[in-house]
Ligand binder design. Structure first.
Ligand code: SAM
Length: 291
């Protein structure tokens, strides 16, 4: 009987056959535990009716499970050396299509239109290269792609920040940026032992469910995110102090207090205590005083 790719023995065999050496600079930590992969697939909502986009298939550990459970899989891989390996390891799955491209440069909307049926539910599923987790996820959720969800293995600390709630240590501008576009939750923490080679950080599976509408009304999105950034510029400082710094030469302290009052938010609070709704109120109030 043939074994799944995601086992230590099969992975070692494939790596040996092709004299493959890991590139740390590409975040290559391959999964060698089938049960973790099946957990990812289950949480991702993958069924035989759905399509999947994978980022970084490696030697095909997750791709194989996606091929088995989804209708069709399109995977983006940047490392040229992996292409002949994937042709070999995934040769028997006719519903897999590998694109040799940097995901950050890919036109994913175009790929979806080209490869999947019109109106088909699409899920992004990946064990991401950790060195570019945030740029990849921000690109995918900001581009308003026609995808339902993203279920990804990432560094635990980043997963905690992306899903962070007010008044927690992990809450900050990244939480708000991610949660403006999606509902974020950590579905599972994963031990280092399921990777080859083992990374030196802990990992989690993060699920982002794309929102059809933003959860708050903001007059100007860029300005809203600038206000958020400014409010967390110095975590220990009050909202009033952080914003005074941001609006230096534009609004004096009194004016800032006045505008915060209009927004219904006390300036002595810290940024980390404000909900997204409150940030929207603050940003919209300040926006009225923009030149
Ligand atoms: N999916 C495989 C698994 O779970 O065993 C491999 C995951 S490994 C953490 C990350 C993969 O992403 C590697 O195969 C790496 O070459 C690829 N990769 C790194 N940067 C990339 C990029 N910018 N675009 C596409 N793939 C990339």
């Amino acid at each position: 009987t043939t074994k799944y790719i995601a086992t230590p023995s099969r992975t070692k065999e494939i790596l040996g056959k092709y004299h493959f050496t890991f590139k740390k600079s590409l975040g290559q930590n391959f999964l060698v535990d089938v049960s973790v992969l099946q957990n990812i697939i289950r949480h991702a909502g993958i069924t035989k009716d759905t399509a999947a986009i994978e980022i970084g298939p490696g030697i095909g550990a997750l791709t194989e499970q996606l091929a088995i459970h989804a209708d069709k899989v399109v995977a983006f891989e940047i490392d040229q050396r992996l292409l002949p390996i994937l042709e070999d390891t995934l040769g028997e799955y006719s519903n897999v299509f590998v694109i040799h491209q940097d995901i950050l440069k890919a036109d994913v909307t175009q790929v979806i239109a080209e490869h999947f049926q019109e109106g088909q539910e699409v899920h992004v599923v990946a064990n991401l290269p950790y060195y570019i987790t945030t740029p990849i996820l921000m690109k995918l959720i900001r581009d308003r792609l026609p995808v339902t969800s993203l279920t990804v293995m990432i560094q635990k600390e980043v997963a905690d920040r992306m899903s962070g709630k007010p008044n927690s240590k992990s809450y900050g501008s990244l939480s708000l940026a991610v949660q403006y576009y999606s509902e974020a939750k950590v579905v599972m923490n994963v031990p280092k032992q399921v990777f080859m080679p083992q990374p030196n950080v802990d990992s989690s599976i993060l699920q982002l469910t794309i929102r059809q509408q933003p959860p708050v009304d903001v007059t100007d999105e860029d300005f809203f995110f600038e206000i958020i950034q400014a409010s967390f510029a110095q975590r220990r400082k009050t909202l009033k102090n952080n914003l005074s710094r941001f609006f230096k030469g534009v609004h004096d302290k009194e004016k800032i207090e006045h505008i915060l009052q209009e927004a219904g938010v006390d300036g002595i609070r810290r940024g980390e205590s404000l909900t997204m709704d409150e940030f929207a109120q603050v940003a919209n109030s300040f926006y009225q005083y923009q030149e």
